[in-house]
Design a protein around this ligand. Structure first.
Ligand code: GRF
Length: 213
């Protein structure tokens, strides 16, 4: 059973997609043991509560400086001892010490086709605003492992989504969620939980029959 902690900041629709997939058997061998939010008002915390999953608030605002927040956050994660950490719309950069401790065990969903529209400053609706400003005809979402960089870790899966001429950042965000994020993230968790992914030379490869992980 893959003990999983999900980190969130807002609405939690990606968390909901994971919870639904577990309930419907599209994710197997996985249990969400806690949901961590930096935002006490996150709707995602209500979704966790509805499913009987403990919600934990850890906000940098409650600490005198970033360093003490990083220490407390990493300690809390070590206490929870997850096999997998899922960043599902989590707007806080993961401390280096946590990346080191949980190397190859943290995944993130990003609402663009990396390496487009990612990195510092590209989060939430801003990603879609920039895509529309640039006039791209295709965008999408990427699920990737987290390393010390920003949106730079090995890519697990991507899905393209069409941009329409009358799109607003909001309509585009919704389509990217429906057609890409809510499909990719549960599928990646299921693949990890069932040993179907492997990392070789910094790249993620799907395990073929007979390969050992
Ligand atoms: C998603 O688009 C995610 O990719 C981005 O922030 C949004 C969070 O949505 N990083 P939700 O909280 O899962 O509804």
């Amino acid at each position: 059973m893959l003990k999983t902690v999900v980190c969130v900041s807002g609405g939690g629709t990606n968390l909901q997609a994971i919870l639904d997939a577990i309930e419907q058997g599209r994710i197997t061998n996985t249990r969400i043991t806690a949901v961590i939010s930096n935002n006490p008002g996150a709707k995602a915390l209500e979704r966790a509560k509805t499913h009987g999953i403990p919600g934990i608030v850890m906000s940098p605002k409650e600490y005198p400086d970033r360093e003490s927040f990083h220490r407390a956050f990493t300690e809390k994660m070590c206490e929870l001892a997850p096999d997998l950490i899922v960043l599902a719309g989590f707007l806080v950069k993961i401390p280096q010490e946590m990346v080191a401790r949980f190397s190859g065990r943290i995944v993130n969903i990003h609402p663009s086709l990396i390496p487009s529209f990612c990195g510092v400053g590209y989060y939430g609706l801003k990603v879609h605003e920039k895509a529309l400003e640039r006039g791209v005809k295709l965008t999408g979402a990427t699920v990737h492992f987290v390393n010390e960089g920003m949106d730079e870790g090995p890519i697990i899966a991507q899905r393209a989504v069409e941009v329409r001429e009358d799109d607003t950042p909001q309509t585009l965000q919704r389509r990217v969620m429906e057609q890409a994020e809510w499909i990719l993230l549960p599928a990646a968790i299921d693949d990890i939980a069932n040993g179907r992914l492997q990392i070789a030379d910094g790249k993620v490869r799907r395990k073929r029959n007979g390969d050992s992980l």
